[in-house]
Design a protein around this ligand. Structure first.
Ligand code: SF4
Length: 243
């Protein structure tokens, strides 16, 4: 059952919410504007809008779902936020271990904190661990990711706001690429996407093209829906292992 619009997952699980901006990819953070809307609607948990907080009442949610499901952990936050207590992360990973039928996709821009947390821990088999790389400046996050043991490592090149240049994708299994959406979205260029795509092909990395976003392949601004998901003539929905 798909309960989120995010194309590359099936459900979201937010045992914490709220965040603070750490890099240019955060500029028009979708979670921030969504949190503000939820606050205005009076949704429990969002009384303080986008301020970081843990929500222990949500910890048990995956235990209630028996069907194997892909969960994106913390679509409304960053699991490795500076204020996240490591003891609470231990509780989250305990739930992950108790539910081996599920896959947990964890994506961060805080690669150093992620590394610090995992340096003395065993990674559960059902975790896919990823970092965001929005332009060439943040490729160092890939190097940090490679130093953490995980069955699947992935990179989200979204929102792609600049070229990333040469990539060493050894030890990386999956790449997600997408342009930015929203009124003030920054343009994505087709040749930036092609540069990533060809390197994924050459290095045997599964490729998922999420969206063009607000700017189409033809560099024209229009709705995200109209720009669609076609890249080089088709939709690219690859996942690790099924390339
Ligand atoms: S790290 Fe993610 S959730 Fe946090 S502000 Fe940046 S884009 Fe938003």
């Amino acid at each position: 059952m798909k309960t989120t619009k995010i194309e590359w997952t099936e459900r979201v699980w937010n045992p914490s919410i709220g965040c603070d901006k750490v890099s240019p990819g955060c500029k028009f953070c979708y979670a921030e504007s969504f949190a503000k809307r939820l606050k205005a609607m009076g949704v429990p948990g969002y009384e303080e809008g986008f301020k970081f907080k843990i929500l222990p009442q949500r910890l048990q949610e995956p235990l209630k779902i028996k069907k194997p499901t892909k969960f994106f952990v913390n679509s409304m936050s960053d699991l490795f936020h500076e204020k996240m207590p490591f003891e609470y992360l231990d509780e989250i990973f305990e739930i992950i271990r108790k539910t081996p039928q599920h896959i947990y996709q964890i994506l961060t821009k805080r690669d150093k904190i992620m590394f610090e947390y995992f340096h003395d821990k065993q990674m559960p088999e059902n975790v896919w661990l990823g970092v965001t790389v929005e332009n060439a400046t943040f490729k160092y996050r890939i190097d940090t990711l490679k130093h953490i043991e995980a069955k699947i490592r992935f990179i989200s090149f979204e929102p792609l706001i600049g070229p990333v240049g040469e990539l060493d994708l050894s030890g990386i299994h999956w790449a997600i690429v997408g342009g930015e959406s929203g009124k003030r979205a920054r343009p994505v260029k087709q040749h930036w996407v092609e540069e990533i795509f060809h390197q994924c092909r050459a290095q045997n990395v599964a490729f998922f093209f999420k969206q063009w976003g607000a700017w189409g392949a033809d560099a024209v601004k229009r709705s995200k829906k109209k720009n669609g998901r076609i890249f080089l003539g088709k939709e690219w929905n690859e996942y690790p292992f099924i390339i």
